[in-house]
Write a protein that binds this ligand. Structure first.
Ligand SMILES: *Cc1c(COP(=O)(O)O)cnc(C)c1O
Length: 442
């Protein structure tokens, strides 16, 4: 069978919202719609990292929780042997690690990377233009009343299912900007309350994520001092995520984890619009090379990146080139609010669609099962979206399709010394009461 054909059974399972594992067919970058020139460069990853460094002293001053790290917003890399056993992943299949972005300070989710980077980039450009700082200055100058009064003339806005709004809203208002977050109907009440407590304007919309984004964009267009963070198209967001790869490389070195032909690294990334996992996958491939195998994880009802990948390989004839999950008959309702996105980012698709290893989907109940497992075995607290990565090792190591991937890439003999890195993407600020509800979903 030519590799751009999927079986009728696969399509039926996708439409029935059953969990599937889809593998990108053919050699790297064999999409039907070859990617438009994205204009992305490796230099931008280093530039994002350097920007975080320039702002670190200021952030340490603005956020007490960043004092110990000197203003660095980073999460630990840890081994989770009890979770590995609970998942039924034999040691002969490699070692399970987690990248704990659920614990990222300030934003409480992976959005601390992209969202905060974009607010910092905007603040830097305003500050330079308005003469608040010169290049090479100590950015702590931006905490003075004069600088804050200047920032207060500007508005930063975003459309979000919740977590992006939290990161943009909290950072923008901490710097003194006016901040507005347009929330979709599926956004959780506690996320709205947390933003309002920080002086962020929360605008609620009855529609889905795409509607909230459109409303936010329209509002800012009417404001000459308005700046809109575009989750679907922003290079700044993307590079904020990509910078994670530089930090991870140092953490892997410190943990003596090698990544080469003999030591493959499998990375499992929960995917909404695709910006966060896309940026990170892009960064990892640039920084660590081809022995990194990236898989995106999506809810069974919201597999927007999966349908985009399939369409790119001519596997969804009759549908638009950039289809939504509604086009395949799914409804986009899921408890994984951070992943409830109907259509993938074209920027993310162009950047990583050609080198992503595959995409798999996860049922909501499995998200809760893994969330509870992680709580019971390791005492780690995450939100449902952040649990999507844990289905990855099962899909890759314990399914027929996964075994076929490993065989095709000559990886079977390397599995004992392989690393499975599950990216846990959010959870730090989930209120106790909410978390208790998650634990009741056994
Ligand atoms: C936003 C988010 C993601 C995915 O990021 P996208 O850029 O939307 O793909 C994953 N997990 C959590 C918890 C998130 O908030």
């Amino acid at each position: 069978m030519p590799s751009n054909v999927v079986t009728p059974e696969f399509l039926q399972a996708l439409r029935n919202a059953e969990p599937v594992l889809w593998l990108r067919p053919g050699p790297e970058d064999c999409r039907v719609d070859a990617p438009a020139e994205t204009g992305l460069t490796t230099d931008q990853i280093a530039a994002a990292q350097a920007r975080f460094d320039r702002f670190a002293p200021l952030l340490a001053e603005l956020f007490p929780e960043l004092q110990d790290s000197g203003g660095v917003i980073e999460s630990p890399l840890s081994r989770t042997p009890k979770m590995q056993a609970a998942l039924g992943l034999p040691e002969a299949q490699g070692t399970l690690w987690i990248k704990s972005d659920h614990a990222l300070p300030v934003a409480g989710s992976i959005k601390a990377r992209g969202g905060i980077h974009e607010v910092l980039e905007f603040a830097e450009s305003v500050a330079l233009r308005e003469g608040l700082i010169q290049s090479g200055d100590d950015y702590r100058k931006l905490a003075t009343p004069t600088a804050r009064a200047c920032f207060a003339r500007y508005q930063v806005a975003v459309g979000s299912t919740g977590n992006l709004g939290l990161s943009i809203g909290v950072m923008a208002s901490a710097l003194g900007f006016r901040a507005a977050v347009h929330m979709s109907a599926d956004a959780k009440a506690w996320k709205k309350a947390r933003l309002r407590a920080r002086g962020v304007e929360v605008v609620e919309h009855s529609g889905d994520y795409e509607r909230a984004v459109a409303a936010g964009r329209a509002q800012v267009q009417a404001d000459p001092h308005g700046y809109f963070v575009d989750d679907e198209r922003s290079v700044s967001l993307f590079m904020g995520y990509a910078a994670a790869a530089l930090r991870l490389r140092a953490q892997l070195d410190a943990a003596r984890i090698r990544v080469d032909a003999q030591h493959p690294l499998f990375v499992y990334l929960p995917c909404g619009v695709g910006g966060a996992p896309g940026g990170i996958a892009y960064g990892l491939r640039q920084v660590l090379g081809e022995h990194v195998h990236c898989f995106f994880a999506e809810p069974v009802q919201s597999p927007c990146f999966l349908v985009r990948m399939m369409a790119g390989h001519g596997q969804l004839p009759g549908l638009p080139a950039a289809p939504s999950v509604y086009d395949v008959g799914l409804h986009n309702r899921t408890e994984a609010d951070g992943l409830a996105v109907p259509r993938a980012s074209e920027l993310a698709y162009s950047a990583v669609g050609g080198m992503l290893s595959g995409v798999y989907t996860v049922a909501d109940q499995t998200l809760f099962d893994d969330l509870i497992r992680l709580h019971d075995t390791e005492g780690i607290r995450i939100e449902p979206s952040a649990a999507a990565g844990f289905s990855g090792p099962r899909h890759i190591c314990l399914s027929t399709a996964g075994q076929a991937y490993l065989a095709e890439h000559g990886l079977l003999a390397q599995m004992p010394q392989s690393t499975h890195l599950v990216w846990t993407t959010g959870g730090l600020f989930v209120p106790d009461e909410e978390y208790a509800h998650f634990l009741n979903r056994r």
